[in-house]
Each structure stands twice: as structure tokens, then as C-alpha cells.
Design a protein around this ligand. Structure first.
Ligand SMILES: [Ca+2]
Ligand SMILES: [Ca+2]
Length: 538
């Protein structure tokens, strides 16, 4: 038996190696809700393809003998614009994202870059120097570049406007490379050599193909800010092109061909995905999405946003929800949809950072996020049910803080509370006041198994009127606590994140989501919220 087993393993490894070499290996798709479109000549001429990011629903969207290229997804993910070439002339077409309702919208034009869900940018003229804004509903067009009367220092092709329509980024043959310039033509700056200039989806910087293997990043003033992404030198598919950031700037999709090839029309370009965190690559290795010896290029990516993610979460019994999608300011809104909202205010904003490119805040120094006045809605609903769930997605700054350090609390001071979820080094403390506990919610339920490892963690604390439970990353912890009692003695205490109301039980770290339910979530529901993740999107 041993010999046969060994033989089987060897054969499997061998088959995996063979399938990798000949290109049949299946990638490990990420748990992502979105899709890509790209251009490939795998059926003999250029066609548009699409595939969900989890590897499902792969299909060819165009099928004809004309070149179909440069597919771009509309901001709402519902439409695709692309260029079709017929009898040597380019046309801009649009279709629904599933490939239906294909129609020509502009003749003698190329590209179709979306500025809103009803407007695309098309290029015309010799070398695509003229830029037009095309209204899809009326079909009307307006030339937006070059501006009349502006003294042009460069001859810019394919000038793509920024989302606020004040700047362009484009390519000029003289001086050669990427340029950034203002809408009125007064500001014109050559940034660097390279091509394929794009605006960040939020308009705050530009990125482009700086050199094979490196995507550069520059400010709106044209100052080089460094690299957006540089491919590992060991990467065989190291000749990178066609970068495209997702609208939430959390994913970078691009095309790359082997290092010994470089021909846009014939090289074996493939589509790759890199996860970005704070504009830095978050995976040590990119994920390869396509496997075909022909040329796969010009990818675009769409990530389904917060609404779809929120729909995945359990809603029944939800009475307060904070997803920190504001991204700035001092107010954290209750987005549960259950009126009246219990909005929270950031105290000492200098101690708290909004997390770039993610929903969440980071407590850098001692502060608190606290409801203004009492959280009456919570008090009323929880008192009447006598049951609850407290859910958080957090990442502690360290595994030394204790007190317990208050992650989320409805309390007055270190000795008086309705409930508290806190951190004791590598463990979690859960205090809940009932008619059978003292005003401090003691005895508390603690994990004692070092459940925190410094990474992002999902915690749910429940009470069903008899038993307290804690769930860590979707799994119920073996410890539970027989309690009994209800919430009749609760007080109108504020809801606080990151501290005690008195400011002397500081918690440091990142908070991505806080939710309160007026009933205990069951194990399946906890798992469902865990699987939905914390990323809600802005
Ligand atoms: Ca075609
Ligand atoms: Ca390929």
C-alpha cells in the first residue's frame, strides 16, 4: 500500500508540473466579487472576453472578423465600451456587461473611456490627437482637447481627462513620453518616458508604464512619487503593460508577457492581478488570471461595491452598523437604516487616522469615537429584547494592551456599563450587565487561548438570555458562560469605540466594522457575516 500511495503522490505532482508547463494549470481565484474584461486574439482576430474574478462565467463577448479591442467597464459595472475596426476605420461601440445589446455609438473614433455612466471619451483625428466627450443618451459630442488658442508644447495623443475634468494625462511623441496638463492648456508638463498614462480613480495621481516591469506614479504637478508596482525580477512574465486600478484602488490588473518577448500583437501576454493596500502591493506574488498562448491584453476590472457586500450580511435584528466608509471628517455614521441613527463623533482627531484605500479608522494614539449623548435607540431596543449580538472587525495594534482595552463599549466609566468587548493581550473579554451581574458586568467571559495573533480578526459576542458566547473568525469558542438575567437595569450610557467614556482604557489598532443586533446571531449567521468580510467600499 505504501508503494502505491507514494506512486500516486508522485504522479499527481508530475501531472501538476506538466499541466503548469503546458499552460493548463488552473489559478487559485480569490474570493472576490467582481469581473475583468480583456482583449485576446485567441480565436484568430481580436475579441473581447470577460470572466468573474472567482473564475466563473468566462465568456467571449464579441464574435466577428473585425478587430475588437480596448474594452472599458462603465463606473456602475453595467456596460462596456470598446473599439471595433471595420475596413480600416475605427468605431466606438458599447454593450451591456453580459455582451447583449451591442451597438455602434461613434464612427471614426477610438477608445470610449468612461467619465460617468452616460459619458465616454473618444479620440479622433490623426494619431488620436483630438479628444471628444460623447454623451451616450443624446449622441452629442463636444471637443475638449486641444483647447482653442492654447500654445501646445507637445502633441498629445489619447488625452484622458481626470475625474474632475481639470487635468489630462496623455502620450506625446515630442518630447516623447507621458505628459500631464491642465484642461485650459496653461499647465503642460512632461513627466517621464513610457506610455499608457492613467488617472487614479479618485483623481489624486497619475500612473503609467514607466519601463517594462515598472508602473510609475506621479502627482498632478508632474512630480514622480515612485513606483505603483514593480514586478519581481524573478517573475518570468516580467514585461508588464496595460495597468488598470479598480475604482476602489484595492486591485491592480495588468498584462505581462515573458521577459524575452515584447510585441503587443503577438507576444504571449497574460492578465495578472495584484492586491493593493495603501497603494502598495499586498501580495508577494501576482495572481495569473489567463492561460492561453495567444495575446491577452488591455484588461479592465470592476469590483462590486459596498451595497452588494452589505446585502450578503445578516440584516435581521440589526440595530446599529458602522462601516467607516466616510474616509474623512469627524463623524462616523450609523448606516443600519434603523432610525434614528446613532452617529458617532471622533474625539481628538489627531489620534485617529482614516485608513487609505480601505473602510476603517486606525487609533494611533489614545482617543475615542463616541455617540453624542446617550444611545437611546440601542438602550430601548436591547432593553426590550434582553438579548444581543456585538460584532466587530478589528486589528489590534499590539498584543500587549490590556485593562481590558475597550474595543467597543456601552458604558459610563471603568465600573459601570451595559456591555463591553475588550482586549486582554492575546485574548478577548466580554462583559455584559444583566439583572444577575454587578453594574460592571462581572463575571466576564474571557477567552484564554490567545485567540488574537495580531492580524485582522472578526469577533462576535452574543447573549440569548441565558448563555454568553464568543465567536472568533466565524467559529464559536468553546468557552461560554451561563448567566441569566435581562437588561432592565441598563442605563443611558453612550456607545464608545476605542476607549472607556472616561478615557482611561485606551485601545489602539484598526477598526473596520462595528455592528449591534438585538438578538443572538446563530452560528450560521456569524459565519455568513464572517464570509462577507469587512470591506464595504466607499
Ligand atoms: Ca473580432
Ligand atoms: Ca496569453
Amino acid at each position: 500500500m505504501e508503494g502505491i500511495k507514494g506512486f500516486g503522490v508522485t504522479t499527481s505532482v508530475f501531472l501538476i508540473l506538466i499541466s503548469t508547463v503546458v499552460g493548463f494549470a488552473k489559478p487559485n481565484f480569490p474570493d472576490l466579487n467582481g469581473f475583468i474584461v480583456w482583449t485576446s486574439n485567441r480565436d484568430g482576430d481580436w475579441e473581447i472576453f470577460r470572466m468573474n474574478l472567482d473564475g466563473t462565467d468566462r465568456k467571449q463577448l464579441t464574435l466577428n472578423d473585425s478587430p475588437d479591442m480596448t474594452a472599458r467597464i462603465s463606473p456602475d459595472g453595467r456596460m462596456i465600451a470598446w473599439t471595433r475596426e471595420q475596413r480600416g476605420r475605427e468605431e466606438v461601440w458599447v454593450m451591456n456587461a453580459d455582451g447583449s445589446n451591442q451597438r455602434k455609438v461613434a464612427s471614426n473614433a477610438s477608445m470610449g473611456i468612461w467619465l460617468s455612466k452616460g459619458e465616454i471619451v473618444v479620440f479622433r483625428g490623426r494619431n488620436d490627437v483630438e479628444t471628444y466627450l460623447h454623451d451616450l443618451r443624446s449622441g452629442s459630442e463636444r471637443r475638449i482637447w486641444p483647447p482653442k488658442g492654447a500654445g501646445l508644447r507637445c502633441r498629445v495623443q489619447g488625452a484622458t481627462p481626470s475625474p474632475n475634468r481639470r487635468y489630462f494625462v496623455g502620450w506625446s511623441p515630442s518630447p516623447r513620453g507621458i505628459w500631464i496638463f491642465s484642461f485650459d492648456g496653461r499647465f503642460q508638463k512632461h513627466i517621464h518616458g513610457g506610455c499608457e498614462g492613467r488617472f487614479a480613480p479618485d483623481g489624486s495621481f497619475v500612473y503609467w508604464v514607466m519601463s517594462p516591469g515598472t508602473f510609475g506614479r506621479a502627482s498632478l504637478k508632474g512630480e514622480i512619487l515612485g513606483e505603483l508596482y514593480k514586478v519581481d525580477r524573478k517573475m518570468w512574465y516580467g514585461h508588464t503593460y496595460f495597468p488598470q486600478l479598480s475604482s476602489d484602488m484595492r486591485y491592480l490588473v495588468y498584462g505581462a508577457c515573458p521577459n524575452n518577448q515584447h510585441n503587443h500583437n503577438t507576444s504571449d501576454y497574460e492578465i495578472f492581478l495584484m492586491r493593493m493596500e495603501g497603494l502598495k502591493p499586498a501580495w508577494s506574488w501576482p495572481l495569473r488570471l489567463t492561460y492561453h498562448p495567444k495575446t491577452d491584453r488591455w484588461p479592465d476590472i470592476f469590483i462590486h461595491g459596498g451595497k452588494r457586500r452589505l446585502r450578503k450580511r445578516v440584516r435581521s435584528g440589526l440595530i446599529a452598523l458602522y462601516a467607516f466608509t466616510e474616509g474623512k471628517g469627524r463623524i462616523v455614521r450609523d448606516i443600519s437604516g434603523v432610525n434614528p441613527p446613532v452617529n458617532l463623533r471622533i474625539k481628538n482627531p489627531k489620534a485617529i487616522r482614516w485608513i487609505e484605500g480601505d473602510n476603517g479608522v486606525e487609533f494611533v494614539k489614545s482617543s475615542m469615537i463616541i455617540s453624542e449623548g446617550g444611545a437611546e435607540k440601542l438602550l430601548k431596543k436591547l432593553r426590550s429584547s434582553g438579548k444581543l449580538s456585538i460584532e466587530v472587525w478589528v486589528q489590534p495594534a499590539n498584543l500587549r494592551q490590556t485593562g481590558p482595552s475597550r474595543i467597543v463599549s456601552m458604558s459610563k466609566d471603568p465600573l459601570n456599563r451595559n456591555f463591553t468587548l475588550g482586549q486582554i493581550k492575546s485574548d478577548i473579554a466580554y462583559r455584559l450587565r444583566t439583572t444577575r451581574t454587578n453594574p460592571n458586568g462581572i463575571p466576564e467571559l474571557d477567552t484564554t487561548r490567545q485567540v488574537l495573533d495580531g492580524g485582522v480578526v472578526h469577533l462576535v459576542a452574543t447573549y440569548d438570555g441565558r448563555v454568553k458566547h464568543l465567536y472568533v473568525n466565524g467559529v464559536r469558542h468553546s468557552e461560554s458562560q451561563q448567566m441569566s438575567g435581562d437588561f432592565r437595569k441598563w442605563d443611558a450610557f453612550p456607545l464608545i469605540i476605542g476607549n472607556e467614556a472616561t478615557g482611561d482604557r485606551t485601545w489602539l489598532g484598526k477598526v473596520f466594522l462595528v455592528a449591534i443586533y438585538d438578538r443572538p446571531l446563530n452560528p450560521d449567521e456569524v459565519m455568513r457575516n464572517y464570509k462577507a468580510g469587512w470591506r464595504i467600499g466607499r
